[in-house]
Design a protein around this ligand. Structure first.
Ligand code: GLU
Length: 200
């Protein structure tokens, strides 16, 4: 079982995401990644295989990624080897939506085939990528509506964090049979797979 951290507020998100992920390291993981929406509305995604320290050094402790909303993830591979391509967050081809996931999407193969028949190209071996690609398939401007449609299609255990470049005011969390807690702050909100990531 690995980790998810999400942040939305007025502070730079990336250092907070890295700190939250560090508190989830005890859960075990093989790779890590973060996604942050910049003030210009661009989704920036960084991933690294191995220790969180590698990712942190790659983005200078988070300093390289500007923006006040984002997601962090530590992965424990269930579908697909530990690699940069398979690490989360998974982003849609147009760079508009990213998703992070803990758990297993049981019916991912059926959804993957459905999307491939409609010309969607997959870039990883994970079950998780179907969530991002299905969001792209359903998204018509209303993120929450697209998420609702995706949740009706997927089966299995999941904690999900989702953000969309077109909606930098929305940090979406969803869970079924996998832990995910929400932290309501003064001027900021967070999500995490364990409260240890929120305490500080
Ligand atoms: N099943 C997903 C994967 O293999 C998520 C694993 C996890 O919980 O980190 O990428």
């Amino acid at each position: 079982m690995c980790g998810i951290v999400g942040f939305i507020g007025q502070e730079q998100a990336a250092p907070i995401l890295l700190d939250g992920l560090a508190h989830l390291e005890y859960r075990g993981y093989d790779s890590a990644g973060v996604a942050v929406i910049s003030a210009q509305g661009k989704l920036q995604v960084e991933k690294a295989v191995g220790r969180l320290k590698v990712l942190s050094e790659q983005i200078h402790g988070g300093a390289d990624l500007e923006g006040c909303i984002g997601l962090g993830h530590t992965r424990w591979a269930t579908h697909g080897e530990p690699s940069e391509n398979n690490a989360h967050p998974h982003m849609t081809d147009d760079g508009n939506i990213v998703a992070v996931h803990n758990g297993i999407i049981e019916n991912y193969m059926e959804i993957k085939e459905f999307l491939q028949e409609r010309g969607v190209l997959f870039h990883s071996d994970t079950d998780t990528e179907v969530v991002a690609q299905l969001l792209d398939y359903y998204y018509e401007g209303d993120l929450l509506d697209a998420v609702g449609k995706v949740l009706h299609r997927i089966e299995g255990a999941y904690a999900l964090g989702i953000v969309c470049a077109e909606h930098p005011e929305q940090l979406i969390a969803a869970r079924k049979d996998s832990p995910l807690v929400l932290g309501y702050g003064d001027g900021f909100n967070m999500m995490a797979s364990d409260v240890t990531a929120l305490i500080k």
